[in-house]
Design a protein around this ligand. Structure first.
Ligand code: TYM
Length: 331
């Protein structure tokens, strides 16, 4: 059985893009993989998080993952900082990875923008820690949204260079598992930007804890054009916002974009947004409700994460200890 590793930053409340691009895929992959899912709190602090927010967001995310169907009886869920193997291997990878490689990372460029000098060194070496997350478990499949593809290519570059420099066949090649639909959900306010939990506008995203009223309002206010829905996909070209809403509908209703268009052809956005609201509420509301219930028992969430961390440590510690021996660290 292949081992899966994936992570999510507790840097806000997960949004619909996280759900469609990653979490839903994680839930489905549990049937035939050994899964390790991680709340990457060390990644989260590469940009400022108040300690109280970080703590609360970590527990909320744990609750959302459980409510979405992550099965911690069979699989592992924990927070990154609780397993020291991640930091140990990340340091080795900081020394394997090249500055030239990191300079090409589009996510760093997007996040740092023009004000590069004022960002943390952690944000810059973020992808090395991500490589360590995956390879500390020798995971071979990584379910992510499209925006993480470049980081996984870097992970393979690091693994290859490590193996080559030390003359070993130690780290495997990793494969991105990107969902066929909605791998890149866009902002509700701007169809050229991806939906993000760190966007300053809460109107730009549907959060996994939103209730039906909040969802309806955000969809009603979502940016669209004045045209009606076309009968075919080609008619969505150049209409980023319209395409995004149709894609979300199709992904949540388990339909193809072509079938959604066949059903709603000629409709204006008034009625389409109402139908979309129903689809989104149907998918999200039960998860939001269960999340709320789980959040009432923080001790339980902490104990789930602790048990997950112990199991994660049992896998990662021997692998990273072996990597340290390969490097020449006296053990
Ligand atoms: P993060 O927290 O930004 O996002 C978590 C997952 O959600 C996906 N995602 C999206 N998918 C579709 N549309 C969107 N608008 C959208 N926004 C986010 C992301 O692709 C991701 O799969 N670096 C990672 C966390 C990480 C990780 C790892 C992932 C750390 N270590 C090891 C995999 C393996 C990140 O920032 O995710």
């Amino acid at each position: 059985m292949q081992r899966i590793f994936s992570g999510i930053q507790p840097s806000g409340i997960p949004q619909l893009g996280n759900y469609l691009g990653a979490i839903r895929n994680w839930v489905n992959l549990q049937a035939d993989h050994e899964c390790v899912f991680c709340l990457v709190d060390m990644h989260a602090i590469t940009v400022w998080q108040s300690p109280e927010d970080l703590r609360r967001q970590t527990l909320t995310q744990a609750a959302i993952l459980l409510a979405s169907g992550i099965d911690t009886e069979k699989h592992i869920l924990f927070n990154q900082s609780a397993v020291s193997a991640h930091a140990r291997l990340a340091w080795i990878f900081n020394c394997v990875s090249r500055l030239g490689w990191l300079n090409r990372m589009t996510q760093f460029k997007d996040k740092a923008g023009k004000d590069r000098e004022n960002h943390s060194a952690g944000l810059y070496v973020y992808p090395n820690l991500m490589a360590a997350d995956i390879l500390a478990y020798k995971a071979t499949r990584v379910p992510v949204g499209e925006d993480q593809k470049q980081h996984l290519e870097l992970t393979n570059d690091i693994a290859q260079k490590f193996n080559h420099d030390y003359g070993v066949e130690f780290f495997p090649t990793v494969e991105a598992v990107i969902p066929p639909a909605a791998a890149r959900v866009m902002s509700l306010r701007d169809g050229t930007k991806k939906m993000s939990k760190s966007d300053p506008s809460a109107q730009s995203r549907i959060e996994m804890t939103d209730d039906a009223d909040a969802i309806a309002l955000k969809i009603r206010r979502a940016k669209t054009d004045t045209d009606v829905l076309p009968g075919e996909e080609a008619g969505l070209e150049g209409r980023a916002e319209a395409k995004n809403l149709v894609t979300i509908y199709a992904a949540l209703a388990d339909m193809s974009v072509a079938d959604v268009l066949a059903q709603h052809q000629g409709e204006g956005f008034g009625p389409f947004k109402k139908a979309l609201t129903d689809v989104v509420v149907n998918a999200i509301a039960p998860i939001a409700q269960e999340t709320q219930r789980l959040m009432q028992n923080e001790d339980h969430l902490v104990s789930v994460l602790r048990a997950g961390a112990a199991r994660a440590h049992a896998i990662a510690d021997p692998i990273v200890t072996e990597a340290e021996k390969i490097v020449g660290f006296v053990k």
